[in-house]
Design a binder for this molecule. Sequence first.
Ligand SMILES: NC(=O)c1ccc[n+]([C@@H]2O[C@H](COP(=O)([O-])OP(=O)(O)OC[C@H]3O[C@@H](n4cnc5c(N)ncnc54)[C@H](OP(=O)(O)O)[C@@H]3O)[C@@H](O)[C@H]2O)c1
Length: 254
Amino acid sequence: MSPNITRLQGRTALVTGSTGGLGVAIAKALADQGAFVVVSGRNKERGDAVVAEIRSAGGQAEFVAADLGAGGDEVQHLAQQATAAAGGHIDILVNNAGVWGMPEPTGEVSEQALLESYQTNVIAPFLLTGALAPGMAERGHGAVVNVGSITGLIGGDRSALYSSTKAAVHSLTKSWAVEYGPSGVRVNAVAPGPIATERALEAADHVAPVLARIPSRRMSTPEEVAAAVTFLAGDDAGNIHGVILSVDGGWAAA
Ligand SMILES: NC(=O)c1ccc[n+]([C@@H]2O[C@H](COP(=O)([O-])OP(=O)(O)OC[C@H]3O[C@@H](n4cnc5c(N)ncnc54)[C@H](OP(=O)(O)O)[C@@H]3O)[C@@H](O)[C@H]2O)c1
């Protein structure tokens, strides 16, 4: 498919966690709209493969490795390396990388799991946004799109850890919209329900009862969620600030 080079032509984007799952679809969708995309994650081999796929479709991309669970220095390093790879500035930041797993009773969640989840899902996007949004504000334009979750909006059985990290992501989205909006930087989030990624499909037994409660009775495709992210990142969403856009087949409404 040849890229649709109009909407995001000339923009640069960093997509965390774009070596697998949803992030790959987001990186490809942004590149397809003409953005130069910095693909990131821990796994260089998978990252290079995503870059190659984008380039073979006519898009532009580079890979920058980062472990967002490794602390603040690594996050700052990613911000610097991604900015350099993108030619000096990042216009669009998609905070997508996240740790999620099978439901677990609260009493069985280890302190280590708490720290790891909060580091990757909350602290890393917090620091990355703090590193990149001020530059966007200085230039007078930019967009941050956070990947939250429907479980951050509604309660989930044995999902307290993951759900609470995503509720924090939604809260940060609103505070950043207020903080950066006056400088021309829009901050929004998507709140997906189950997405048919490779990992989620492996957990199909767990997801089946959930699907029975969802009005659409199905998972979203990664491309459907990526389309919502791309919309929020682009000028068609030019006066949309601080929304949490559910892409959940109607789960939150049921
Ligand atoms: N799948 C769903 O049903 C669903 C539903 C709602 C929300 N979400 C959210 O959507 C986002 C993507 O989820 P997914 O299902 O696509 O997950 P996934 O298939 O597990 O992929 C996660 C991505 O994040 C990266 N990542 C994980 N830990 C990292 C770390 N410490 N440092 C840097 N990168 C890291 C992984 O890359 P490396 O392995 O290369 O590091 C991979 O590219 C997450 O925020 C998740 O919470 C997912």
